[in-house]
Design a protein. Structure first.
Length: 91
């Protein structure tokens, strides 16, 4: 019974079925800001593949600005300090 109560409490604080339109980690409860682009990963991949057309793989340069940004690589700004998010170290 204690396990069920713990699960219910966890899901109440991190409701995976909320009406919010923002991206959120169910595991940590952290909301993503506008810099996180993982929801458009398919578009990012298509853009990279389009830029590779006509080139050999060795000629192509993979740039960080063309990558999808996940919540793992995000930062939170608190008191004018930026803090890197690493969900593996939060708990």
């Amino acid at each position: 019974m204690a396990d069920i109560c713990e699960l219910v409490e966890f899901l109440e604080t991190r409701n995976p079925f909320s009406d919010a339109q923002s991206l959120r980690s169910i595991a940590t409860g952290i909301n993503a800001d506008g810099r996180v682009t993982v929801d458009t990963a398919k578009d990012v991949v298509e853009c990279i593949l389009d830029s590779m057309v006509g080139k050999s793989v060795l000629e192509h340069t993979f740039r960080k600005k063309d990558q999808a940004v996940t919540l793992n690589t995000s930062v939170i700004k608190t008191n004018n300090d930026t803090v890197n998010i690493d969900p593996q170290l939060l708990f």
